[in-house]
Each structure stands twice: as C-alpha cells, then as structure tokens.
Design a protein around this ligand. Structure first.
Ligand code: FAD
Length: 381
C-alpha cells in the first residue's frame, strides 16, 4: 500500500466519510483510516436514522448549512441510486415558551422557512396517532424528515470505492499524529503513513490524537429504542418525525420506515460515557421506562410494544457548536469534531467544507462560529 498522500482523513464515520467523498472529487491522493469498518455501532452514527430539520433551534448560523446539505443529500441519492431521505415532515410540540420551540420559530421567521402552527384540535385531525396536550404549542415543518444514516454511510463507502485516488484502510487504529517537515506522519497499528495535510474527524476520540491542545469536549451517553407499530398510519407520510419538549424532557422520534417500528430517543439525558466503554441499553433501570413514559402519553396506541433499545454517545462542546478549524499550532492539521448531538444532518456539507479547506485553504461557507479559539460559553438548553 502507498505510504505518501496529499491528505489523510483520520476517522471515516459520518463526517470523515463525507470528507472522503468530496476529496475524491478533487482528485487529491487521499487515504481514509478508521479503526472499525463504518458504518458500525461503536461511535455516534448508528441507529438507522437521523432527523433533518431546517428551522434549526441551535442557531441561525446553521440554516445556510442545512439548506445546502438538503440539496447535497438529493445529489447523493441520485449518485448512489438509493432512497436516503424521506420527506415525512416534523411535528414540533412543547409547553408554552419552551426555548426549543421559541428558537425554531424565530429562526423560521428570519429565513422565511415554512413552519405551520397547529392547534391540538388540528393535530388530532391530521395526525390522530398523537395525543398532544391542549396547552402545548405545536408546529409542523413539512420540508424536513428522515435521513437514512446507516444507508448513507454505506453509500459514501461505495462511491468512494470508485475513486482510484482514494484509498481506505479500515480496522486500523491511528495511534498518533506527528508534525514533520512539510506535513504530517500518521502512525497506525499498520505502520506509518505520510501526507501534506490531515483531517481529524475521529468523533469522541479526536482529542486523544491531538498534542499540545486541550479541547472542552465531553462524551455523553444517549438512549433510543424501537416500538412495534403495525398499520399504515405509522409509516411516512402518515406519521411524521417528531420533537417534543415534554414534562421538562426532550424526546424525538421517527415513523416506521423499513418495518423496524417507531424509533424514539431521549435527547436531554446527560450521563457522561467514555467512548471505549460503551454502556449498553438497560444498564440503567430508567432506560426503558424513560422511553415508555413518553409513548404512553403521546403515542399511546403502541406504548406496550417496546422492542429493543440501544445506546450511542454524542461529543459535546460547552456551547453545543461544532469545532471546524485548523490546529492552532499547525495549519496542516484540520480538526472537525464536537458535533454535539446534531451533526449528522450537516455531515455532507461539512465534507464539502473540509475538502475546500484542504484544497483551497479556505471555504465559501461561514464557519466562524466553529473556531477552535472561541470562548466556549455554557449552553444549558
Ligand atoms: C442517539 C443519537 C441521535 C442523534 N440524532 C441526530 C439527529 O437526529 N440529527 C442529527 O443531525 N444528528 C444526530 N446525532 C448526531 C450525529 O449522529 C453525530 O453528530 C455524528 O454522527 C458525528 O459524526 P462524527 O464523524 O464526528 O463521529 P462518528 O460517526 O462517531 O465517527 C468517528 C469515527 O472515527 C473513528 N476513529 C476514532 N478514533 C480513531 C482512531 N484512533 N483511529 C482510527 N479511527 C478512529 C471511529 O471508529 C468512527 O468511525 C445523533 C447522535 C446520537 C448519538
């Protein structure tokens, strides 16, 4: 195998595989390394599906990125000839003045994004599967929906395999990255490789690969699970995606897509978890109860049908904004991490951004919020 490259991508998960795909289009000699064979269930990208919403409560800086990502997901569907996106729409609902709802509404106004206000009566009529309290504020975002995350990673892998300038090295662990004259040495469990530049997209493991710099990253355990749901009313578009601020908790979910059932997850639980010591679903007594509690109140018809649960971890920055920047002491090292539980929907456009940073040294997108040198203020929402 060749030892010298223009660029090495360390970590071929959601972000790294998108970067590999766009680097392939640039014609640069690229090596993508992962310690497993993506898609896998050891990092942050597993569980079949991810939500894409446009009126992003996380901040206005994300809207241009998500709109571009939506276009690129369509391109990827064409390139791969796979169904990767279901435009099911998303129902947002929550107690009055829930910050998540208020922020989504304000972002939608600012960018003229369609977000339709629905009363509890209208929901009962349009989506009778949900029981939404009368006091809740609810909105429907018709343009959003489901990304088939596992199939997307497979699509990237297959498309990357067609580029003869991109090599992949799976089941190979990167042990360290050393700055050398005119580039970097990437030391792996299968020897050293050399490149002019490196992208570190190693998710929750990224910091371990960085010398002389400490990033304020925390890895947090998240739970999700599936409920058996028989009947057309649980398939998209009859059942949309949903995101609820419910009794001071946050839950999200997906319609039944491939027969696997309705998937829901709890978004606000904050249990720290080391990436290498995965705590399986059921290790905490409340794992299952948490999910059933929501379903009993909101989609009662299937709340007795719990099938199985899983865990995954997110890699959080204090302000929940991403880190996409070059290493403060070495321009040849580009870092893309800290996706804080909301990165998947943008991964394709981040792949494009990373390839621009490598090829041109700059990007056409505004990524100033993601600077590595910013003041990381705590975001408690
Ligand atoms: C339960 C859950 C639900 C989510 N829901 C959504 C959602 O609905 N919408 C949304 O937009 N986002 C969502 N996210 C967030 C999204 O999935 C993540 O932001 C995204 O997957 C992060 O991608 P990544 O490439 O940084 O990490 P990963 O996908 O984990 O990839 C990192 C890769 O680096 C590799 N690696 C690490 N260290 C090394 C090493 N030393 N050598 C070689 N390889 C290495 C790993 O094997 C891994 O493949 C969710 C996350 C979770 C956990």
């Amino acid at each position: 195998m060749k030892k010298n490259y223009d660029v090495i991508v360390v970590g071929g998960g959601a972000i790294g595989s998108a970067a590999g795909y766009y680097l392939g289009k640039t014609g640069l000699e690229t090596l993508m390394i992962d310690m497993y064979t993506p898609p896998h269930s050891k990092g942050s990208h597993h569980g079949e599906t991810r939500l894409i919403r446009h009126a992003s409560a996380e901040g206005t800086q994300y809207v241009p990125l998500v709109l571009r990502a939506q276009e690129l997901w369509s391109d990827l569907e064409k390139q791969s000839n796979e169904k990767l996106f279901y435009p099911s729409g998303t129902l947002l609902a929550g107690e009055e003045n829930a910050p998540f709802i208020a922020d989504s509404v304000s972002v939608a106004k600012r960018y003229s994004l369609p977000l339709e206000s629905l009363s509890a009566k209208q929901i009962e009529h349009r989506f009778p599967q949900f029981t939404v309290p009368n006091t809740y504020q609810s909105f429907f975002e018709a343009t959003s929906g489901v990304l088939m995350s596992t199939k997307i990673l497979l699509a990237f892998r297959q498309l990357i395999a067609h580029y003869n300038k991109v090599n992949t090295l799976y089941d190979t662990k990167v042990i360290s990255i050393k700055s050398i004259h005119n580039g970097v040495e990437v030391i792996t469990s299968r020897g050293s490789f050399f490149a002019s530049k490196v992208i570190i997209s190693a998710g929750g493991w990224s910091e371990r690969l960085l010398d002389n710099i400490e990033l304020p990253l925390q890895t947090m355990r998240k739970t999700f699970g599936w409920f058996k749901a028989v009947g057309n009313e649980f398939y998209p578009p009859n059942l949309p995606c949903f995101y609820f601020n419910f009794n001071k908790r946050k839950y999200y979910g997906f319609p039944n897509i491939s027969g696997s059932g309705i998937k829901i997850g709890r978004n606000d639980s904050e249990i720290p978890m080391e990436p290498d010591t995965k705590e399986e679903f059921g290790e905490y007594s409340e794992d299952e109860e948490d999910l059933i509690y929501f379903m009993k109140k909101i989609i009662p018809a299937v709340s007795r049908n719990f099938k199985k649960g899983e865990t995954c971890f997110i890699t959080k920055t204090p302000d929940k904004n991403f880190i996409i920047d070059s290493h403060p002491e070495n321009d040849n090292i580009i870092i893309a991490t800290g996706f804080s539980g909301h990165g998947f929907k943008y991964s394709i456009v981040i792949g494009e951004i990373l390839s621009q940073l490598i090829k041109e040294g700059k990007t056409t997108y505004d990524i100033s919020t993601f600077s590595i040198n910013r003041q990381f203020k705590e975001n408690t929402q």
